[in-house]
Design a protein around this ligand. Sequence first.
Ligand SMILES: Cc1cc2nc3c(=O)[nH]c(=O)nc-3n(C[C@H](O)[C@H](O)[C@H](O)COP(=O)(O)O)c2cc1C
Length: 170
Amino acid sequence: MHPMEEISSSDAFHAYRPEVVVFVLSVDGKGRPNGMVAAWNMKCSDEPPLLAVAAEKNTNTHRLIEESNEFVIAVPSKALEKDILYFGSVSGENVDKIKKSKIKTTPSKHIKTPLLADAALNFECRLRSSADAGECTIFIGIVLASHCDPQRKVLFYKGAKDGKRVFEEI
Ligand SMILES: Cc1cc2nc3c(=O)[nH]c(=O)nc-3n(C[C@H](O)[C@H](O)[C@H](O)COP(=O)(O)O)c2cc1C
């Protein structure tokens, strides 16, 4: 048997992988969409279907979800790997990331926020509750509709190796 070693929470969080880094889409008052990526996301209830995402309080996404009470969680496929870094490092406060990246969107069924056309899965969510969580707010959404592309596999993030981020579809 190996003894457990105490490590920093930051190192342990890095080791707690693979994980799915989802795209979180939201819209402003004029219906203009924005997106960011979030590793801190989870399924949290089947009945009713609920999904949670932790968004940092200083993100544009945080502001838009609080204003609109809705969001889309798009689970990426390999086709979206190239967009993850951009959506995860640039704020949409002054930039239209959707237009700049040429990422493809498609209308939702129940809400104004669009879906990502090349995702493996898309969930349309209405904000149900939120909880304060350190530098983040956890937004819990009730899933109004789920969409899947059966041709696409889910892309997992395995962590950085030799300075490069490693993704794998499963
Ligand atoms: C791999 C990865 C995972 C991330 N996970 C989260 C997360 O779970 N929550 C969060 O608030 N930001 C996360 N970020 C950072 C946001 O995506 C980033 O701050 C983004 O620029 C915010 O965009 P916005 O201001 O347009 O909302 C992550 C970034 C990367 C690259």
